[in-house]
Ligand binder design. Structure first.
Ligand code: HEM
Length: 478
């Protein structure tokens, strides 16, 4: 039977039209969003994995360290992947990391998930580039220069001497938790100049702990979720900081610490003035940057010293010599003492390399970029892989061996980046190392510690630390 005329000329049914319209829209969208890939340039080698999920599942099911190092071995110093919904280019050579972080850093802006930015505060230094970033960096750096932090040695020592008696007498402690408390107190004196009064300190500590819990949780802003509680705590912290600033203004004194530096800079006729929310975001931001990082590395220090008793003996001998001089002169530890600890310093350097707690950092290409003959499209994430570089035998022979003596020789430029590199490198590196030296001085000369259990695992939260935060049993040395 022939089809009737009406069925030939009448419009096609809807189910037939919809797919065509959809395909048409898709083609128009793709063409309008397609940027021309420069002639001859290819994307870096590597696999983008499955559509949309990319290689995310592999990253979370494999050991994250081998995920990156296996691909670096397979594809070379620059390769592409797709994780957490983002196309990424991984960089595993010192020269290319230098281009991203130092020489061409204007082409790669820092990038963080919006939820993290919201929680720390969008005006914090980490999220910015250009004149605002440079202004903040100068102020923050001036607060953490050796010439400034040397004045805090006795305050840091007082904090250590407050903690150690609680660790003694065969007590079991969780190293990570104790180190977090220590690093938090040091961060507080760095930003406020001196110890806050009991109630003020406890209030800020409580709110900060709540903020930290939410930072590491799912960004689900519903009543009762850790994220929601953290956002409330963040507002509470703003209020506490506002009151501290008000008190300082009423007393006519800007006060010490980073807060004093910020307040003074507003009076010194600088072109750029900081408003209260900019000050709050940066005070919270610095506490955030200073706290978990230092505590995680301190935890690794205790683990490595425990695992290598000959190194612990040698460190103890170095510290004992300083302690004898100190006791003879009836004084506390000084900045100059901390400059005469070559072996302990090398152990810290090697711990920073071996633990590489910041395995990589994130940037985003602000425009299409050519690198090593490859094309990096605008908007793609670019990740310099610090850990992969720290574990390359080209720069650190026998990289899996914990060997502080390798730091008797200065590492090749751009190969050792525990504190990053370039415009966004860490302004707190000297403070972090000072905290470690002061703690190790008193710890190794008065106490012994035994790690409980023989679990050599690693947990991520978010930084890699020994499993369960390294529970230890502590007792007096003699
Ligand atoms: C062992 C402890 C620490 C480690 C391993 C560490 C590591 C780092 C790294 C790798 C960066 C660069 C991130 C990037 O390029 O994206 C950085 C930035 C930063 N760190 Fe640290 N850090 C530590 C302790 C501290 C301390 C004690 C402070 C306190 C002042 C601090 C404050 C900062 C700030 C404010 C930034 C951002 C700088 C900018 O964006 O210009 N850090 N840190």
């Amino acid at each position: 039977m022939l089809p009737s005329l009406s069925s030939v000329v009448s419009p096609p049914p809807l189910p037939v039209v919809v797919p065509f319209v959809f395909v048409f829209i898709l083609i128009v969208y793709t063409l309008s969003h397609h940027r021309k890939q420069p002639y001859k340039l290819r994307l870096p080698p590597g696999s983008m994995g499955w559509p949309y999920i990319g290689e995310t599942l592999k990253l979370f099911t494999e050991n994250p360290n081998s995920f990156f190092s296996d691909r670096a071995k397979r594809y070379g110093k620059i390769f592409k992947t797709h994780i957490l919904g983002c196309p990424c280019v991984m960089i595993s050579s010192p020269e290319l990391a230098k281009i991203v972080l130092v020489t061409q850093s204007h082409l790669f802006k820092p990038t963080y998930p919006p939820s993290k930015e919201k929680m720390i505060g969008p005006q914090a230094i980490f999220f910015h580039q250009g004149p605002y970033h440079s202004h903040l960096k100068k102020l923050i750096q001036s607060s953490f220069l050796p010439s400034t932090i040397k004045r805090s040695v006795s305050q840091i020592e007082d904090i250590v001497l407050g903690f150690l008696p609680n660790w003694e007498h065969n007590k079991t402690i969780n190293t990570l938790q104790e180190m977090k408390m220590y690093a938090f107190e040091v961060a507080m004196i760095s930003v406020f100049g001196n110890k806050l009064e009991g109630e003020e300190m406890e209030g800020i500590k409580g709110l900060y702990q709540c903020l930290e819990k939410g930072y590491n949780s799912m960004p689900l802003d519903l009543p009762g979720t850790p994220f929601n509680k953290a956002m409330k705590a963040r507002r509470g912290l703003n209020e506490k900081l506002r009151r501290i600033i008000e008190k300082r203004k009423e007393s006519g004194e800007n006060g010490e610490g980073l807060l004093g530096v910020f307040l003074r800079s507003n009076e010194e006729g600088m072109k750029m003035k900081m408003n209260e929310s900019q000050i709050a975001d940066n005070i919270i931001g610095v506490i955030f940057a200073a706290h978990d990082t230092t505590a995680s590395v301190l935890t690794w220090l205790l683990k490595y010293l425990h695992d290598y008793p000959h190194l612990l003996d040698a460190v103890r001998r170095e510290q004992e010599e300083i302690r004898c001089k100190r006791v003879e002169a009836n004084r506390g530890i000084t900045w100059e003492d901390t400059r005469r600890m070559p072996l302990t310093t090398q152990v810290i350097q090697e711990t920073l390399r071996a633990s590489s707690i910041l395995s990589f950092t994130y940037r985003e290409a602000v425009e299409d970029v050519e690198m090593e003959g490859y094309f990096i499209p605008k908007g793609w994430k670019v990740l310099p892989l610090f850990r992969t570089i720290h574990y390359s035998s080209d720069f650190f022979p026998n990289p899996n061996k914990f060997d502080p003596s390798r730091f008797q020789v200065t590492p090749r430029p751009n190969t050792y980046m525990p504190f990053g590199n370039g415009a966004h490198s860490c302004p707190g590196s000297d403070l972090a190392k000072l905290e470690m030296l002061v703690l190790l001085h008193h710890l190794t000369t008065t106490l012994r510690w035994e790690v409980i259990g023989d679990d050599d695992g690693i947990q991520y939260g978010p930084f890699p630390v020994p499993q369960h935060g390294l529970p230890i049993k502590v007792c007096p040395l003699n």
